[in-house]
Design a binder for this molecule. Structure first.
Ligand SMILES: NC(=O)c1ccc[n+]([C@@H]2O[C@H](COP(=O)([O-])OP(=O)(O)OC[C@H]3O[C@@H](n4cnc5c(N)ncnc54)[C@H](OP(=O)(O)O)[C@@H]3O)[C@@H](O)[C@H]2O)c1
Length: 376
């Protein structure tokens, strides 16, 4: 369904209060992060006489939508009230009945949504249905809603997941301590934060070099709401089969993305351990990452992380495949000429929408790439 429903940007005196009610919806929506994908994170509130009388968010993929939770929370107080919701209410029978029906049944008289839902089965249809039933329905077309929904929107429109590039580094931009010292650059609080992030992802991708030198597990510890697929990007060279990744496939799956030239005997040994293979159709090394991302999108993955090392990250940036950067920065200065930079061959990068969070002695900095795909 694609209905011709003009947006009604809220430009009058109600704008500040509308945006603050919507901001609460976005806050609620984020509680579903990791549990709802590939659905969007959605939050909703019911307001009666200027007071919030009901709140809800989409909690789990396949479960009731945010509007249903907020209306149930408000109960009879919803009658005659306004529903604020981060995304246009659905109007189709999917895994749950249409939210528009629940809104009508609850006696809501006005709906304000953060943005229209480009999902083909909705795409203006929810707004059209509500208006046809006599409900005032405003679409704020709020950039903050678009920002919240960026991974969902990217998957929907490009069929590829949102790609986060992540690394940890010293204050002077080095990614490893001198030999013989702790393998950790950042402190315990930052590392715990990174594990929480991992537990919300669909996949964590590393290069063959990181597999060989770091022998990482790439699991979320403690486990999160989602168990990410662990992915190794390989070239035409053998991978070491004794790595912990391949010894723990029963705990979390492993996918090896490799070109056709990947050695057949190594493939057999890894397959016998339970590793899955994704073989690229093109022979060029540069084809591995883009083809892998298309494959992960086909599997309806929404958020994937490239966790290094420098050469894989360099390839990802060079091919404009990255949407967001997440960097943990420790207060250490390592110095020396031998220590490597986190990204190979990166000319320069100007991040946007930068946020900086202090994690004990470390900093967590995140920002978007100017080319990050936020479709309108
Ligand atoms: N501080 C951090 O956050 C962090 C995170 C990760 C890693 N590291 C460090 O990074 C170092 C490893 O660096 P690295 O650059 O060697 O690791 P890498 O980027 O993980 O791996 C490089 C290797 O992966 C394969 N590869 C990479 N990109 C590819 C592509 N587009 N297509 C096909 N194959 C591709 C190639 O394998 P072949 O060699 O077989 O051609 C390449 O040599 C380690 O010292 C590790 O500790 C640090």
């Amino acid at each position: 369904m694609s209905a011709d429903v003009p947006p009604t940007p809220i430009t009058d005196h109600r704008l500040p209060i509308t945006l603050s009610f919507l901001a609460r919806c976005y806050e609620l929506a984020r509680r579903g992060e990791g549990a709802v994908e590939p659905n969007p994170m959605v939050g909703a509130i019911v307001v009666q006489d200027g007071l919030v009388v009901g709140e809800g968010w989409h909690r789990k993929f396949g479960g009731p939508h945010a509007e249903v939770h907020a209306l149930a929370h408000a109960g009879e107080a919803a009658r005659g009230g306004t529903l604020y919701v981060s995304l246009e209410p659905c109007c189709h029978h999917g895994k749950t009945p249409p939210c528009t029906e629940a809104i009508l049944a609850a006696g809501i008289t006005r709906v304000v949504c953060g943005m229209r839902d480009p999902f083909p089965a909705v795409d203006g249809g929810g707004i059209a249905q509500l208006r046809a039933a006599g409900i005032t329905c405003d679409v704020a077309d709020d950039p903050a809603a678009r920002e919240l929904m960026a991974p969902y929107l990217k998957l929907l429109t490009t069929k590829r997941p949102w790609v986060i590039a992540k690394w940890a580094m010293s204050r002077d931009g080095r990614m490893a301590n001198p030999p013989g010292e702790s393998p950790w650059i950042t402190g315990a609080v930052a590392r715990a934060h990174a594990h929480v992030q991992r537990g919300k992802l669909d996949a964590i991708i590393i290069g063959a070099g990181t597999l060989a030198s770091d022998d990482p597990l790439l699991t979320a510890r403690p486990p999160g709401v989602r168990t990410p697929l662990r992915v190794v990007v390989a070239s035409n060279r053998e991978l070491p089969t004794d790595r912990r990744l391949f010894q723990t496939i029963a705990d979390a799956p492993v996918l090896v993305a490799a070109p056709q030239e990947f050695p057949a005997d190594c493939r057999s040994r890894l397959s016998a351990l339970g590793a899955e293979f994704f073989t690229t159709s093109a022979t060029a090394r540069t084809a591995v990452l883009p083809e892998l991302l298309t494959e992960l999108g086909r599997r309806r993955m929404t958020n994937v992380l490239i966790e290094g090392g420098p050469r894989l990250l360099g390839d990802a940036f060079a091919q404009s495949l990255v949407d967001e950067v997440q960097v943990y920065i420790s207060p250490r200065v390592i110095g020396g000429v031998a220590a490597r930079a986190p990204v190979t061959d990166l000319a320069q990068l100007q991040l946007q929408s930068v946020a900086d969070e202090q994690l004990a002695d470390d900093h967590f900095v995140r920002g978007r790439l100017p080319n990050s795909q936020l479709p309108r």
